[in-house]
Design a protein around this ligand. Sequence first.
Ligand code: GUN
Ligand code: FE
Length: 445
Amino acid sequence: MSQLLIKNGKVILGQDAKIESVDLLIKDKTITEIRPNIDYKELENNNENITVIDASEKLVSPGFIQTHLHFCQTLFRGSADDLELLDWLRLRVWPMEASHNPASLSASTLLSLGELIKSGTTSALTMETVHHTETVLEVVEKTGFRATIGKCMMDKGYGVPSRLSEKTKDSLNASLDLIKSWKSESGRVSCCFAPRFAISCTQELLETISKIAQENNLLIHTHASENLKEIEVVQNETGLRNVEYLQKVGLAGKNIALAHCVHVNEYEQRILAETGTHVLHCPSSNLKLGSGLAPITEMLELGVSVSIGADGAPCNNNLDMFKEMRLAALLQKMRYGSSSLPAKKAFYLATLAGAKALGLEEKIGSIEVGKTADIIIVNLNQLHSTPTPDLLSALVYSANASDVETVIIDGQILMYKRELKTLDEKEIIAKANKEYSELVKRAGI
Ligand code: GUN
Ligand code: FE
């Protein structure tokens, strides 16, 4: 059994994020002891497989959990700027997704994972494209990252290129085949359903997914109420507000994760709260696509479960949780005053709330004995974060992604002193550039 001892750090502990100077002992994947002065010499298996990390003067935090990402889109970074959602999809993102092959998708996934690990994200909920999702699952499994991944489902119109357009039955079968055949040796990587959004899915598809997901305890990850034109289409087609319609077809509940929810009225917010539906807030994406300002403060007051994601690289253009967490807090202050969404709450949305959305709150999201070790070590001893009268404030409002020094996922060190252990940065960049130029030619844009 491998043992990992993190010594002398300032550790963000438990569900209420209290900071204490303690050492952490990790056996295999699990945090087994939290107390001051755990002595290397008192550990069993002395000298064998014990790695000691000195975290003196550093902050030890649960890793960030992003609940809305598209690994397949990371290769489209910078290729779809300054467009609103429906044009962004039709003119750029869909043609590029349609042009993915396993090699380009692998390059896009590796690029995502490199950026995420280097910026302290340890888990993700992702929606991929219609094809080749097995490639994403395999690459994530191999890297040591933790993710719940869905094959995108689209069985209805609105400018969808033919290669992404599926028959209802084929879409269901392809998702089910993937879910049934996927075996994660590590247990870190799992599958979910990912119908794209109401306007590209038939009612039959959504109702069937809802039923199967409930019977098999599966998560459903989709987009909802992001853009005014999108909700207008839903309203015209169904006579209902988007969230109302989703509830009607069975997409409201604790296993449902809705990205965005920017334009949700009070009635819809109450549906989200009462059903335990998870809202995945994407502040940068909402600003860049000009989608709007999500009523996060109101939803939190009503008891809605809210967590955070960067969304796709072409609408952000980074996958950096430090930027999202800070922006999430600042945006609510602009709307509701300076005391709304304080640092501690923003930190909660970026960690434990994400674990809840993934249904993994017993396992990850906080540093506690018995939980799995998904941990980051952050060096706040920097010009831009000094002094640090309040370490959570420093983490949320002043720290940068590059302050993350060490990343541990499932008890395995994936980055040490900013060096990636399971990935080669130069190779990732070279592959991404090569695959990008070939994909753009295939896409004809
Ligand atoms: N709505 C439907 N598809 C997408 C997507 O890929 N990204 C975003 N931001 N919204 C969407
Ligand atoms: Fe998205």
